[in-house]
Ligand binder design. Structure first.
Ligand code: GDD
Ligand code: MN
Length: 387
């Protein structure tokens, strides 16, 4: 009897909350935030009591079981939703996928570690809903905004440099273009989607720079709190992704290029420097014959290119153990083909356009090689990579 009663009671309350139209969808990317999940939902429940809302956690199969923590709440609270991704990592792409799955017309993006003060949410919502701006960003650095959560002096300096770079390169004038706390209409995100890089952490910057004409952005202050549970995922990888994000956006104005290719080209560029750093002293200082030095430098830089690409460019599918060495053999064979292609193309151009400065055919040859190496090794060495 009690069973029946509680079920129908439950059904009534579900129906009641289902009737409340969803006005605001809060999207929260999570990676190892298990202990923060219940507290966040409770805080949202308190601050958003006057609104129809839902929260979408987008979790990348966190090993700490964050997804189960969300599911446990979702079983009894239909406002709580979970998107659980497999074989994926990335704050920005998580936010994009959560935002596109949202039911509300307004989306707020917020970190899942309680560092973002949820009491700002109603204000963010109102300003977007009223059309005051396309995007309303919560700034850590605007007048009364506080930053106790920037754990170290270094972290603060890094942040300052990032802000200056972002404002300068993208022609913005924001106190906190890198904030991960902001709201926009879902439709704004949808319009930005085709041009998004979705790489790394800089989702706000990504959305702003993906829209033409540029959206109207206003800022409101908030206090960046300290993290209590878990730890920050902003590591060297995220910094490197920020660098690639810049390259992608700058070059993307002219030709669209995948971030992986850019990373591959950066590694290749480093390989050339390494090659010269071995070749030149070997020949000029130590009197090694050119052919031998060239061969040695080629093998070393090829290995370095392989190992760096495996660790950085393809970090998500990097090869280990015997696969690592097998991959190197395949990589070396494919890149040797690349060298023939290089020489072939360069000589052909040099013959056809004899008047052309010989540096140009040489560059064309080098370019063909990078493209060939990238395409071939992506397929045959790191074939498991999704994008
Ligand atoms: N799904 C998913 N996948 N979520 C992630 C990932 C990931 O790979 N990496 C981080 N997150 C989640 C975290 O679980 C957290 O909820 C949120 O994204 C922010 O991550 P933190 O690791 O706490 O970042 P932070 O506090 O160091 O960085 C904050 O400040 C930066 C500016 O300095 C964030 O707000 C950034 O967005 C912001 O750019
Ligand atoms: Mn954080």
């Amino acid at each position: 009897m009690t069973e029946v009663l509680s079920t129908s009671e439950n059904a009534t309350s579900v129906a009641a909350s289902a009737r409340a139209r969803i006005q605001l969808s809060v999207v929260i990317p999570t990676y190892n935030e298990r202990d923060n999940v219940p507290a966040i939902v409770e805080k949202l429940d308190r601050t958003l009591s006057g609104l129809g809302w839902e929260v979408i956690f987008v979790d990348d199969s966190s090993p700490d079981g964050t997804a189960s923590a969300v599911r446990a709440l979702a079983q009894t609270d239909p406002r709580v939703r979970l998107i659980s991704r497999h074989n994926r990592r990335g704050l920005s792409s998580a936010v994009v996928e959560g935002g596109l799955a949202a039911a509300g017309d307004v989306i707020a993006v917020m970190d899942g570690d309680l560092q973002h003060d949820e009491s700002v949410l109603p204000d963010l919502y109102r300003r977007v809903a009223s059309g005051e701006a396309d995007i309303v960003a919560a700034s850590r650095f605007l007048a009364t905004g506080k930053t106790e959560g920037l754990s170290s002096r270094e972290r603060e300096q890094m942040s300052n440099t990032g802000i200056k770079l972002a404002n300068f390169f993208f022609g913005l004038n924001l106190t906190d273009p890198l904030t991960g706390f902001f709201a926009m209409r879902r439709e704004t995100l949808e319009r930005a989607t085709p041009n998004l890089s979705a790489l790394g952490f800089k989702i706000l910057l990504d959305v702003i720079t993906s829209l033409k004409p540029r959206p109207k952005v206003i800022e409101v202050p908030f206090t960046f709190r300290n993290r209590e549970h878990g730890e920050s995922k902003l590591d060297n990888r995220v910094m490197y992704d920020f660098f690639l994000f810049f390259l992608e956006k700058m070059i993307g104005r002219f030709v669209p290029v995948p971030a992986r290719f850019l990373s591959f080209a950066v590694v290749n560029g480093f390989g050339i420097l390494l090659h010269l750093a071995i070749l030149v002293p070997a020949v000029s200082l130590f009197g090694v014959g050119f052919d031998q030095a060239q061969l040695g430098a080629t093998v070393v830089s090829m290995f370095s290119n392989y190992a760096l690409n495996n660790a950085i460019t393809y970090h998500d599918v990097s090869l280990k153990g015997w696969r690592f060495w097998f991959g190197f053999v395949v990589f070396a064979v494919l890149c040797s083909v690349g060298i023939f292609a290089n020489v072939g193309v360069a000589s052909m151009l040099h013959r056809e356009f004899a008047g052309m400065l010989y540096v140009l055919p040489a560059l064309a040859g080098a370019f063909i090689t990078v493209v060939w190496n990238y395409v071939a090794t992506k397929f045959f060495v790191w074939g498991r990579a999704k994008a």
